[in-house]
Design a protein around this ligand. Structure first.
Ligand code: ADP
Ligand code: MG
Length: 352
């Protein structure tokens, strides 16, 4: 199957889904492994398998597992006769030992704020369900609460080094490490910085090395009036503000990277397995910081058709991070040069 893109409209998808609903889809596991040529044996196994449902466990924080997009996903999964979904309660996840967690054959589990990732890994090691999104790799993408602060701070670097190892292009970058025993050398002048000898002319991007810290600054060259744009996690109608500050932050460790000029949008890609990716574009928070919303208050998104090169990137990201469901940000610079700037793991297409 080729990689799908967003060329299929939501209406078409919904029609397909309604059709699926009428035909009551089902499947049973192990058919291929058995290699059942003999019909008698096949019927016998069918009888044994008749009542066998694959239990799909959802293990995530309540905010995620009770969210609207997750409820939509569950409604669709429940249409499959041979699937049963089982949402682990947050109370159980947080307070019960993993031995007491419910059993499942297949696990959809992902980290978000407050989620005990180490515990989920223990559960997975104990019961060995089929994991949709690899849990160990989530340490590299997200913060595990039990991890040391030094580990936590490495996230963006780790994501970047995985991308590099896979030959996926990312913006040219350097790490300014102020925490380690051998801090990086920094030279700052009006229109550029040098990190360990690597020069970044303005405009450049400054990202905190903790992937959980979304306070990303973009510095403008003096020729464009100087100052900087301060990005943050969306608050209502704003995603960034302009500041007249032209000097870089003086404490903490950061990634400095070249600013990739785009058409003013970020391409948000969501994979479902290596062969399927949905993409949509949204106004970049790096512009004026005013979030575009429609009449219902939803953020405006633009349709995107992924090129073959982009589909290949989606495949590589999904496989490299071992996350079947994986969201990431793609910068389309000058319409053709592609750079991945952020990998988020399991994420829903935003509804607000
Ligand atoms: N190198 C870059 N060039 C241009 N814009 C960038 C670059 N890196 C990030 N951005 C912009 O900043 C936004 C936030 O950066 P990102 O790395 O996705 O961090 P996070 O989502 O964790 O806050 C991106 O969506 C994009 O609009
Ligand atoms: Mg991002």
């Amino acid at each position: 199957m080729g990689v799908q893109s967003s060329s299929m409209s939501y209406t078409e998808l919904e029609q397909g889904y309604q059709g699926l609903k009428q035909s009551r889809p089902f499947f049973y596991i192990g058919e291929e492994e058995h290699g059942l040529a003999n019909k008698a044996l096949k019927d016998e196994c069918k009888e044994v398998d008749a009542g066998k449902q694959v239990v799909v466990g959802i293990c995530a924080m309540e905010k995620k597992s009770q969210s609207k997009p997750m409820r939509e996903i569950l409604t669709r999964l429940e249409e499959f006769e041979y699937l049963r979904t089982l949402v682990f309660s947050e109370e159980v996840i947080l307070n019960e030992p993993v031995e007491k967690w419910p059993l499942c054959d297949c696990l959809i589990s992902f980290h978000s704020k407050g989620f005990p990732l180490a515990k989920a890994i223990d559960y997975s090691d104990l019961r060995k369900p089929f994991n949709i999104n690899d849990l160990y790799m989530q340490y590299d993408i997200k913060t595990g609460e039990s991890l040391l602060i030094t580990h936590r701070l490495r996230k963006r670097r780790k994501v970047y080094s995985i991308l590099e190892n896979e030959g996926i292009e990312l913006p040219r970058y350097a790490v300014l490490d102020r925490e380690s025993e051998h801090p990086s050398e920094l030279v700052e002048s009006e229109d550029h910085v040098e990190v360990d000898g690597e020069v970044f002319n303005k405009p450049f991007v400054e990202k905190p090395i903790s992937a959980e810290d979304h306070n990303i600054y973009i510095y403008y060259p003096t020729s464009a009036g100087g100052g900087s744009q301060r990005l943050f996690r969306k608050i209502g109608s704003r995603s960034s503000v302009y500041s007249s500050e032209s000097r870089i932050r003086k404490s903490g460790s950061f990634i400095y990277e070249e600013f990739m000029p785009t058409d003013g949008t970020d391409v948000k890609v969501y994979t479902v397995g290596p062969d399927y990716a949905h993409a949509e574009a949204r106004k970049s928070p790096a512009l004026d910081g005013k979030v575009e919303r429609d009449k219902e208050g939803k953020e405006v998104r633009y349709p995107v058709i992924l090129s073959n090169a982009e589909k290949l990137i989606a495949r590589k990201v999904c496989l490299a991070f071992k996350q079947t469901v994986c969201g990431f940000d793609l910068l389309r610079a000058n319409g053709k040069s592609l750079r991945v700037c952020d990998v988020n793991g399991f994420s829903f297409v935003k509804t607000q």
